[in-house]
Design a protein around this ligand. Structure first.
Ligand SMILES: [Zn+2]
Length: 473
């Protein structure tokens, strides 16, 4: 029987970063034995010295805890998925979490009264770390509530200074802090609120070069950005590092909320594969925003973040909540994981952060500038045996009639699906008959993060100026 064992983020490091492992087994016990035979380190984590599953490890088959069935003897059918769910807060078992001081017991007493939190949950919060992207409208209530709740380590990424127009909604900052870096006033405010919390500040623009390394240092990422390139970057870096993203966004009187990149959950790209064209959706600076709105959405992001850390309730993964302040209404929509998602799908094509400014169409003016090379330059590159790929986007019959040596055929109409076949680590040179179709191909590929260049004049120019023996209709 072919069985899929799904691993939570916290255990993937012990299994070669795999989200799931396929094994042959007839019972849960056999499936786990097969898993452990392949990944020794998992065995050490999940089995006690007596060879039994440790008590903080739950195993599920089809949403049922195997303890409610026949334990390790629970039979499996072909295609069953076995889920391993350890009680883990951001990668650290509660048992390893720090004890609470007397002062903390007093401070968090209303949490300790909740059976769902309690001293154990509060210790999980103390051991946890959250990275807030942005210390603005959403970041303000988010960071304030996370600090108040006792999340042990809070990271803040921002590079703006406090502007007078921020104070209408960004409640981390105050009038005397106008003109100073946002991180400075945020750190001061959060430290005054809860001195038990460590505040780590990163005064920089989050970029493809720094996001992955930074995200690895935190358990949960909370996206409070206000622009599309950063939003896609945060999403991709969350998927790539296996960290959930408590996501919120706001505009005028409306807000959106979800948890992306959670275990087995969809990501932002599953919901929105492509960003809107530049200029279609104005920013808060251009379109305005009701001052209280980020208070509602940022606070909800804080709730989702605490739930993720505590492992309680039903996270908002797979659901998108829409808030309308004027109607005073919430709507919840289902979001499905897209198996063809370029970053979290079965065959991901994005394996490292890409150029998000280009992806969001912010680099090119309209009409976009398509980088070009001449046929003479192409000939020189071919002669020098430079490392690059040459793609011909004409139709099959055109390719069969005449072609430039070394070219690979991907007709323009198939590029949408087949661009995944192209090596994205090298220069991609694209040609067609006269240069028009390939210009569109280059624009598309650059939007996907390829370093693509068009051949001006196409194979017609090649036949005229480089290889007159070639006959092109
Ligand atoms: Zn996805």
């Amino acid at each position: 029987m072919s069985i899929e064992i799904r691993l939570p983020t916290a255990l993937r490091a012990l299994a070669g970063q795999q989200a799931s492992v396929a094994v042959e087994a007839a019972t849960v016990g056999e499936a786990l034995d097969a898993l452990f035979a392949r990944h020794e380190r998992l065995k050490g984590q999940l089995l006690g010295p007596d060879g039994k599953l440790r008590s903080f490890v739950n195993v599920y088959v089809d949403e049922d805890d195997v303890r409610d069935k026949q334990g390790l003897q629970t039979p499996l059918k072909d295609g069953d998925a076995v889920l391993i769910v350890p009680a883990i807060a951001g990668g650290s078992p509660a048992a390893a979490a720090p004890e609470l001081t007397k002062e903390e017991r007093r401070r968090y007493s209303r949490h300790l009264l909740l059976p769902e939190v309690g001293a154990e949950g509060q210790r999980k919060l103390k051991a946890a770390s959250v990275l807030c992207i942005g210390a603005g409208g959403l970041g303000s209530p988010l960071a304030l509530y996370l600090a108040a709740a006792g999340v042990g380590r809070i990271g803040l990424v921002d590079f703006d200074a406090v502007d007078e127009s921020n104070l209408q909604r960004q409640i981390l900052h105050d009038t005397p802090s106008v003109g100073t870096p946002k991180l400075e006033s945020a750190k001061k405010r959060l430290a005054a609120l809860n001195p038990n919390v460590t505040i780590e500040t990163y005064e920089m623009k989050l970029s493809s070069a720094n996001a992955v390394e930074l995200f690895k240092k935190y358990d949960v990422i909370a996206d409070g950005t206000d622009n599309f390139p950063t939003r896609y970057l945060v999403n991709d870096a969350c998927v790539l590092t296996g960290h959930p993203n408590a996501y919120g966004s706001i505009f005028r009187f409306e807000g959106q909320l979800s948890v992306f990149a959670a275990k087995d959950g969809p990501c932002y790209r599953c919901l929105y594969p492509e960003p809107p064209p530049p200029g279609l959706v104005p920013s808060c600076a251009e379109g305005g925003v009701l001052g209280v709105l980020p208070g509602v959405i940022g606070t909800m992001q804080a709730i989702e973040t605490l739930k993720l850390i505590l492992g309680i309730g039903r996270p908002l993964a797979g659901r998108l909540m829409l808030y309308d302040a004027l109607e005073q209404s919430w709507r919840t929509l289902k979001v499905r994981k897209n198996p063809d998602c370029p970053v979290c799908g079965k065959n991901p094509t994005i394996k490292a952060p890409i150029d998000y400014e280009a992806f969001c169409g912010l680099k090119e003016k309209t009409p976009p500038v398509i980088p070009e090379m001449t046929v003479e330059e192409l000939k020189a590159k071919l002669d020098k045996k430079d490392k690059f790929v040459l793609i011909d986007v004409r139709e099959v019959h055109e390719f069969e009639a005449a072609r430039i040596p070394g070219s690979t055929l991907i007709p323009l109409g198939e590029l949408d699906k087949r661009h995944v076949e192209i090596d994205r680590t090298v220069l991609v040179v694209v040609h067609c008959r006269s240069g028009a179709r390939s210009a569109r191909a280059v624009q598309f590929l650059r939007g996907k993060g390829f370093d693509a260049v068009n051949v001006a004049g196409g194979i017609l120019a090649w036949a005229e100026r480089v290889d007159p023996s070639l006959s092109v209709d």
